[in-house]
Design a protein around this ligand. Structure first.
Ligand SMILES: Nc1ncnc2c1ncn2[C@@H]1O[C@H](COP(=O)(O)OP(=O)(O)OP(=O)(O)O)[C@@H](O)[C@H]1O
Length: 266
């Protein structure tokens, strides 16, 4: 079987909910992301997997324009956005979950989400609008906390939350921006089995409730195989295969390159 046989054809990236064509990023002479084509469909949950150093985080960084690509194009909702600055993308609905170092540590859990919700909801400034914005944003923030299971910790300072709850808070803050396409970078990292399962169930429920298209980097293979509509395997920056969980599991070359070393986890 040749390399190309293993790659399920993608749709036209320029018409995808989130797409990329020929996306490449080099660091000096090193190619970290190599001619990646991807077309995530609206409502899809796509996981990106691959060994350490495969280029997963670099791909996320290019898709959000935290890093500019060396070559290739990025598309969102049928429009090319390769040069749209990083800070403008959340306003378009393309959002990456907040990193733990982006939390307002001294603020409560509720405040963290409210600040983000208010920034999005508030229009032109007036005192009445500001007061109204505060109230609406607080209601929105509380509803979102409820959805991610953090309502009981609404008044707790973010700095006192467990690692897992901080990761849930980072998802809640992303939801407060009202995303259409949400990128989640290892949402279950550092969690034990029970917390991992709860977080996976939470992600599935917010996906349908908030009508999200999801792109996920995740190392926990049982989660990836059970949640994903399709999986893209990166290896040395290149797409090795894209397919359904069954197709990926059955693929001999994927097993050799990646899953083989993780059989105990399946
Ligand atoms: N700013 C940078 N400068 C130089 N090399 C980089 C830079 N960022 C990433 N790389 C290299 O690019 C390759 C891909 O890294 P990346 O972090 O994207 O991989 P990954 O698949 O996310 O890995 P992991 O699973 O370990 O997080 C690695 O070899 C890494 O050392």
């Amino acid at each position: 079987m040749s390399d190309t046989d293993m790659i399920q054809p993608e749709d036209d990236p320029s018409e995808a909910a989130l797409g990329a064509s020929g996306l490449t990023r080099t660091f000096g002479g090193f190619v970290a992301v190599d001619r990646v084509d991807i077309a995530v469909r609206e409502g899809e949950l796509r996981s990106i997997i691959g060994p350490n150093g495969a280029g997963k985080t670099t791909l996320f960084n290019i898709l959000t324009n935290a890093l500019s690509p060396s070559a290739g194009e990025v598309y969102y909702d049928g429009t090319e956005i390769t040069d749209v600055p990083q800070h403008e993308r959340p306003h378009m609905g393309l959002v990456r979950s907040f990193q733990s170092n982006q939390l307002f540590e001294e603020q409560t859990t509720l405040e963290n989400v409210r600040i983000v919700a208010q920034t999005i909801e508030q229009g032109s400034f007036s005192f009445d609008l500001f007061r109204r914005g505060q109230r609406v944003a607080e209601e929105t923030a509380y509803e979102i906390l409820d959805r991610v299971g953090l309502a009981p910790l609404a008044e707790e300072e973010a700095t006192n939350l467990s690692h897992g709850d901080q990761r849930r808070l980072s998802i809640a803050m992303a939801l407060a921006t009202d995303p259409s396409v949400l990128l989640l970078d290892e949402p279950t990292s550092g969690m034990g089995p029970t917390e991992t399962e709860e977080t996976a169930a939470m992600i599935e429920s917010i996906q349908s409730e908030f009508d999200l298209t999801l792109l996920l980097i995740e190392h926990d293979m049982s989660i990836v195989l059970s949640m994903s509509d399709r999986i893209t395997v990166l290896n040395r920056g290149e797409v090795l295969a894209t397919g359904t969980p069954d197709e990926i599991q059955e693929n001999a070359q994927v097993q050799d390159a990646y899953l083989g070393g993780m059989r105990d986890e399946l």
